[in-house]
Design a binder for this molecule. Structure first.
Ligand code: 5GP
Length: 177
């Protein structure tokens, strides 16, 4: 059990189980992208762990870069506007694989994909370390998922609770008192 900002978390997925799940995803990615020289695009901050774990399992030519989704509140509109920042590469004609830590409602990944589509890549796929299938109801397919989790808050392996917990091995779930 660990405590982060007064919330308690307990181990949920062990590091070995998570490793094995990433092995399987990597094998599927390799089978599909081995000849395509893909560009992996990690969505910071949470995806750094999955990005590194995936990349070290891929032996074919590929590139990796990172983007960030910045939220800001417009002066007139009430909702927050999301913007993709940090993309240096031209992705026109490239096979892009977006790397996420977790897909929950899918709003974040939807914004990323819509922003990338405007830049005319050859294809866009999504790979996520975790998916909450009970929450995710969008039409956009999540092509590669290492593990599915129920709808509770998790940390570890890149995922944080207000900045803490990214360094925890495996996945921890919140303990509701
Ligand atoms: P979505 O836009 O799919 O609802 O949420 C995506 C983002 O919300 C993730 O990239 C992550 O930063 C955060 N998020 C959603 N669910 C969780 C969770 O269970 N734990 C943590 N640590 N972050 C989450």
């Amino acid at each position: 059990m660990v405590t982060l900002h007064n919330e308690r978390f307990e181990p949920y997925i062990g590091p070995a189980e998570l490793d094995a799940a990433i092995d399987k995803v990597a094998a599927r990615v390799a089978a599909q992208y081995g000849e395509l020289m893909p560009l992996f695009l990690g969505v910071l901050n949470g995806s750094y762990f999955f990005a590194a774990e995936l990349m070290k399992r891929l032996a074919f030519p590929c590139e990796i870069s990172f983007v960030k989704v910045a939220s800001y509140h417009g002066t007139r509109s009430s909702g927050s506007v999301k913007q993709l920042i940090g993309l240096q590469e031209s992705i026109a004609g490239r096979h892009v694989v977006v790397l996420e830590d977790i897909v929950d409602t899918g709003n974040t990944v939807m914004h990323v994909v819509e922003a990338l589509r405007e830049k005319r890549p050859a294809s866009i796929a999504i790979a996520s370390l975790l998916l909450k299938p009970d929450v995710y109801k969008k039409d956009l397919p999540i092509d590669f998922v290492a593990m599915e989790v129920p709808n509770f808050f998790v940390v570890g392996s890149g995922l944080d609770h207000d900045g803490l917990g990214r360094n925890l091995p495996g996945i921890y779930r919140i303990v509701n008192s």
